[in-house]
Design a protein around this ligand. Structure first.
Ligand SMILES: Cc1cc2nc3c(=O)[nH]c(=O)nc-3n(C[C@H](O)[C@H](O)[C@H](O)COP(=O)(O)OP(=O)(O)OC[C@H]3O[C@@H](n4cnc5c(N)ncnc54)[C@H](O)[C@@H]3O)c2cc1C
Length: 397
């Protein structure tokens, strides 16, 4: 449950609280998390009490209802800690709650959103399959209508929070004769429904303490009322708002991670002496730090500008894609340079930077891989310039 006093805080007070939680509780618990191979349960409880599962959910549904600009400012704070912590609530705040908010019935919203905001109903977003990764519309999980139920069969993989979610938003093909996106619908599925099983991977390279999982559906009966939006064939269109939310949050995560990586690395080069002086006295080291700082701040500015644009009501999907693309590439570049500046400590021992280097690598793969964003942006540019000579989402009058 969100602690009652949290609802009374203004944004500046809340942001300060989350900054303190990050510094005083999340960062100090990182080694404990790594040793246990999981986020400590007490911290998940604290995330719930502090409202982190509810930052995007409107106040009328028990959440905190911060604007997108406020959400990214908060993300800059809590992703100074391991981005694994964010994974625990990421699928609730972005991908799942937004689809439910926009497309579920009033009754479903009243039933689900307050529990999601409180961290009591964890949801996972089940889209990816073995044959449908970048080409998500190629999915083959089926949902066949039989009277008052849909019967789901198929398998999902790489699903964040799959193994401990209470419910899933599942994408399945309702029309086997309709290939591509038009045959796909979205369903709210209780994870305890007979026929649902989950499995965890044996190895994770990065994000090890919040492993993604498989979900298998074998003759799973879902009430027809759980068809999100009530109309077949609109699943992927409905998912777009949640996906754009999640991309904004991932772009902000990249900035948060780069911030911490640069703080830690600058402290290291200040303290490490070679050739009779601190490494930070060397011009080459200063240049690496300065270049990385500039790239991080470019990423931050792009995220904030995209978030402001989002808050005007028209989702600037091309600018969001650019922020996610640039941010994730930037975080990886910065992390790689910083591992270099750490020397052997970047490879041997418990320093947080190499762990974060592994974690940020995944950010270039999920929420649209970098090559997919490059391709989509290039296509959108070509199309719009052909139509009216302008670029997508630009600042021209
Ligand atoms: C940590 C993590 C968390 C995830 N969480 C979720 C989740 O919660 N829910 C969910 O549904 N999915 C989730 N995913 C899955 C993720 O969305 C997919 O991994 C991603 O879409 C890529 O699909 P794929 O892995 O099948 O790679 P593929 O589709 O096989 O692509 C592999 C690579 O090929 C290249 N490529 C592919 N297509 C093109 C193209 N048209 N042009 C140029 N290059 C191309 C890209 O470099 C791409 O990275 C998660 C993945 C990870 C790693």
């Amino acid at each position: 449950m969100i602690a009652p006093e949290i609802h009374d805080l203004d944004f500046d007070g809340y942001r300060k609280l989350i900054a303190e939680f990050t510094q005083d509780e999340l960062i100090p618990a990182e080694n404990e998390m790594v040793a246990a191979g999981a986020v400590p349960e007490r911290l998940i409880q604290r995330m719930g009490e502090l409202g982190l599962f509810g930052i995007t959910i409107p106040r009328e549904y028990g959440g905190l209802g911060w604007s997108m600009e406020q959400q990214v400012l908060l993300t800059f704070e809590f992703t100074r800690a391991s981005c694994v912590y964010r994974s625990r609530f990421s699928t609730v705040i972005g991908l799942c709650s937004q689809g439910i908010l926009d497309h579920a019935t009033d009754e479903q919203r009243q039933e689900l959103l307050p529990r999601m905001a409180a961290g009591e109903l964890v949801t996972a977003f089940a889209l990816t399959e073995e044959g449908a990764g970048s080409d998500a519309a190629n999915l083959t999980t089926t949902a066949e209508r039989r009277g008052d139920v849909y019967v789901l069969n198929g398998s999902k993989r790489y699903i964040t929070n799959a193994a401990w979610a209470d419910a899933f938003v599942v994408f399945a093909r309702t029309d086997p004769n309709q290939p591509g996106a038009n045959g796909v619908s979205a369903f709210i599925v209780d994870a305890a429904t007979p026929g649902v099983t989950t499995a965890l991977p044996e190895i994770m390279n990065g994000h090890a303490e919040a492993p993604v999982g498989e979900i298998h559906f074998e003759d799973v009966e879902v009430p027809a009322a759980n068809l999100l939006g009530g109309v077949e064939g609109t699943g992927l269109t409905m998912a777009l708002r949640g996906i754009n939310h999640a991309r904004m949050h991932v772009a902000a995560t990249c900035v948060g991670q780069a911030t911490r990586i640069l703080e830690e690395t600058t402290a290291h080069v200040n303290g490490r002496e070679q050739f009779g002086s601190a490494l930070s006295e060397l011009g080459a080291v200063q240049a690496t730090l300065g270049e990385s700082f500039a790239e991080m701040e470019a990423g931050r500015a792009l995220v904030i500008e995209s978030a402001r644009s989002f808050d005007t009501g028209v989702i600037p999907r091309h600018r969001i894609a650019a922020a996610k693309l640039y941010g994730s590439e930037m975080a990886s570049r910065v992390a790689d340079r910083c591992v270099q500046l750490l020397g052997g400590e970047g490879i041997v021992g418990p320093h947080p930077v190499p762990r974060m280097w592994r974690d940020v690598r995944a950010l270039r793969i999920y929420e649209g891989s970098s090559p997919i964003h490059e391709r989509n942006l290039g296509r959108a540019m070509v199309k719009q310039v052909s139509a009216d000579g302008t670029l997508p989402n630009t600042f021209r009058a």
